[in-house]
Design a protein around this ligand. Structure first.
Ligand code: AMP
Length: 216
């Protein structure tokens, strides 16, 4: 049987990683794994991990590597993900996380198919984040200008209520972009050196971005 797809999507907040992960899931059956979504679920469920993560997320800071790596490793080791393949959205965000991911994949004798850096000018992501809405039930993301829900305030997929994420405020957005430049850009260089990096222009239509991602 052919190897399942194992992808990493890297890009600043608001670049459209979640949208691309959903499209890849629909067309290839790969499991989308978003570290941000897992943290938000933990916060919702009021777990110890959720309480810890919230302290960082609310300030736009990164959750410490140790707990983040442990949480993602658990998910990546599950039988379901090993069989279906995955598309990682929001992880790795630091070079230490990228190294830990390599170590874990080596241990499981798995390899990344591709690492995709989705790139857009900073003013575009700031504009997108300003109108972003998320579903509180299923996590689907909407955008007031480019992807409005069919019914105001309600998710097209599951009817759940839509809210502005607590970390999409202008101050937190600024902090998150700063951290992206400082901590996550080196991850792009890390993969560029390894030779499995694909850079795509994320400013166009999501379907065009998608086609670039899946091009052989
Ligand atoms: P996201 O939904 O990917 O924008 O993530 C929301 C927030 O969760 C981030 O601003 C971080 O505070 C935290 N977070 C998500 N993924 C990671 C990660 N890989 N490492 C550290 N913190 C993360």
């Amino acid at each position: 049987m052919a190897e399942p797809l194992r992808l990493v999507l890297i890009g600043p907040p608001g670049v459209g990683k979640g949208t691309q992960a959903t499209m890849l899931e629909q067309n290839f059956g790969v499991r989308p794994i978003s570290s941000g979504v897992i943290f938000r679920n933990e916060i919702e469920a009021e777990t110890d991990l959720g309480r810890l993560a919230k302290r960082y997320i609310d300030h736009g800071e990164l959750v410490p590597n140790g707990v983040t790596i442990e949480m993602m490793a658990k998910r990546l080791r599950s039988d379901d993900v090993r069989k279906s393949g995955f598309v990682l959205d929001g992880f790795p965000r630091t070079v230490r996380q990228a190294e830990a991911l390599d170590e874990l994949l080596d241990e499981m004798d798995e390899h990344l198919t591709k690492v995709v850096s989705i790139e857009v000018p900073e003013d575009v992501v700031v504009g997108r984040l300003a109108g972003r809405l998320g579903c509180t039930k299923c996590g689907e993301i909407y955008q007031a200008q480019t992807k409005p829900p069919k019914r105001e305030g309600l998710c097209d997929k599951c009817n759940g209520p839509l809210i502005v994420r607590s970390d999409d405020t202008p101050e937190t957005t600024k902090a998150r972009l700063h951290i992206f430049n400082e901590k996550t850009r080196p991850v792009i260089d890390y993969y560029a050196e390894k030779g499995n990096l694909l850079r795509v222009d994320g400013s166009g239509d999501p379907m065009d971005v998608y086609k670039e991602i899946i091009a052989p």
